[in-house]
Design a protein around this ligand. Structure first.
Ligand code: ZN
Length: 172
């Protein structure tokens, strides 16, 4: 009796400690494949829709890269090896962007402040470690990848950074 009760309150607390944007997804029992992968992307912060849009855009311009490279600090989302350039696609809420999406919820705000503060400290540490090893780091915020024209602009920004870095012989 107690056990099942605890389990329910544990599940409720999991829902409670989740950002409002995710709460709806977590309470749905049956999910399509697309919905499930969307839910996973919210949890892991990888393969989100904005991230995939950026990757597609970069790929379409002929650039090639590795994704989610675990051996580098922060497991960077997009890695251009020869150009020694890294792109992080940051979710505005989790990484504390100064935009409306980065707004801390009113309920449980101390919990969220601490969590996001820790994330920001970790991000800064990872970027510092990468720069010390000779990597250039570009951060792209998810709010800057909403519309098609936004994606095109960010693709251009990353591309120009790569062309500056890439040795002549590696260019397409
Ligand atoms: Zn943002």
């Amino acid at each position: 009796m107690f056990e099942s009760h605890d389990r329910i309150s544990l599940q409720l607390s999991k829902i409670y400690y989740t950002h409002p944007a995710q709460r709806r997804c977590l309470m749905v029992d049956t999910l399509s494949v697309a919905a499930r992968s969307h839910r996973m992307s919210l949890i892991t912060g990888r393969n989100t829709k904005p991230e995939i849009s950026l990757r597609r855009g970069l790929h379409a311009t002929g650039l090639r890269y590795r994704i989610h490279v675990g051996k580098l600090p922060g497991k960077p989302d997009i890695v251009f090896g020869p150009a020694k350039l890294i792109v992080f696609v940051n979710g505005c809420f989790w990484h504390g962007h100064t935009c409306p999406d980065g707004h801390i919820p009113k309920s449980n705000s101390e919990f969220w402040k601490e969590k996001i503060c820790k994330n920001r400290i970790r991000d800064a540490r990872n970027i510092r470690a990468l720069r010390q090893s000779g990597w250039k780091v570009v951060v792209v915020w998810e709010c800057r990848l909403r519309k098609n024209e936004d994606v095109i602009r960010e693709v251009g920004r990353v591309r120009s950074r790569i062309l500056k870095r890439q040795p002549e012989r590696d260019r397409a």
